[in-house]
Design a binder for this molecule. Structure first.
Ligand SMILES: [Zn+2]
Length: 99
């Protein structure tokens, strides 16, 4: 069973980033306000409508996933699929320069 994280930020070097439940791609959204409960559309980075540079059209992945984001009371956003299910997260590690 997948581990569930209550906090998105675990520590200074590790962050949980929402990912597309279909293709594990990054999720893009744009929200211009900061009010709690505000919603905005979200799209997979592999969606054909996402702005990107096409490097290799033969190996291009297209993903139809769509969802939305909701501003939570902490000022961060929660990401959901269009059916209301929360999306999974992937762990991203940041490399820090040695002191
Ligand atoms: Zn996707």
């Amino acid at each position: 069973m997948a581990k569930r994280y209550a906090r998105k930020l675990i520590g200074p070097q590790i962050e949980l980033v929402p990912m597309c439940p279909k293709c594990r791609g990054s999720i893009y959204w744009s929200m211009y306000g900061g009010r709690e409960g505000q919603r905005a559309g979200a799209y997979c980075s592999n969606n054909a409508s996402a702005t990107r540079v096409i490097i290799d059209p033969d190996n291009m992945i297209t993903c139809q996933w769509e969802g939305y984001v909701v501003r939570n009371k902490n000022g961060a956003v929660d990401v959901f699929s269009i059916d209301g299910c929360a999306v999974p997260h992937k762990v991203v590690r940041y490399k820090r320069p040695a002191k």
